[in-house]
Design a protein around this ligand. Structure first.
Ligand code: E4P
Length: 232
């Protein structure tokens, strides 16, 4: 499963893209509204940093206006995927945009029926919002499982994005159910790093190594004399 970052923050993408784990990003109007600066510049910068698909969302509610916004957003950067909210107008806009070869991420999908309609309209990606389902006491894992099952059974090629990820367990659920992508907030990506045994293990390795100061000398010498270290 590929990992996208769900954010409007360039600083967050700058930090986390250095880990080498990000395959793309998703923004939305709420995330971008929290940021300072030109939204187009933010989207472009995130595109450069992740080097993969970055969703930027239309906000109009009429199909023709959605299509116009989608075409304009696509012009921002070659990595832009147009994010279109699910409804009748969104399906129509998705059909038109994907017909023009523009990748669409159909968002705000909460059921397998909606997912099948999104795929039918040609959506490249279908985003199922796990956290928001859990918020209304609907089992998000069951809904995602149903979408995966429907897509696999009928040969649908739209990729499933597990979205509205609130904690690392959502990521594991999405991966084990077969979602192609999870779009994960920076805070949750950082939580995924953590395990007490990792920290304790690293501390123990350091302490044992430092108990032999001559080993430290040896390693520094090895680094200094390595032809690779002159590369900087
Ligand atoms: C997905 O593309 C959305 O941007 C996002 O996952 C929504 O998450 P939220 O429910 O935490 O706002």
């Amino acid at each position: 499963m590929r990992l996208f970052i769900d954010t409007g923050s360039v600083a967050e993408v700058e930090e986390i893209s250095r880990w080498g784990v990000l395959a793309g990003a998703t923004t939305n109007p709420s995330l971008l509204a929290k940021e300072h600066g030109d939204p187009g510049e933010i989207v472009r910068r995130i595109c450069d940093l992740v080097g993969g698909p970055v969703s930027a969302e239309v906000v109009s509610t009429e199909p023709a206006a959605m299509v116009a916004e989608g075409r304009a957003l696509r012009e921002l950067h070659e990595h832009v995927t147009v994010k279109v909210p699910f409804d009748e107008a969104g399906l129509e806009a998705t059909h038109t945009l994907t017909g023009e070869g523009i990748a669409v991420n159909m968002t705000l999908v909460f059921s397998a029926n909606q997912a099948m309609l999104a795929a039918g309209a040609g959506a490249t990606y279908v985003s199922c919002f796990m956290g928001r389902l859990d918020d209304i006491s609907v089992d998000s894992g069951a809904v995602v499982a149903e979408i995966v099952e429907c897509f696999r059974a009928t040969g649908v090629t739209s990729e499933i994005i597990a979205a509205s990820i609130r904690h690392p367990e959502h990521v594991i659920t999405a991966a084990s159910l077969g979602c192609e992508i999870a779009t994960v907030p920076g805070k949750v990506l950082k939580q995924m790093l953590e395990h007490p045994l990792t920290a304790a293990g690293a501390e123990r390795f350091r302490a044992d190594w430092e108990s032999r100061p001559e080993f430290g000398e040896w390693l520094r010498g090895l680094v200094e004399h390595s032809p690779a270290s002159s590369k900087g």
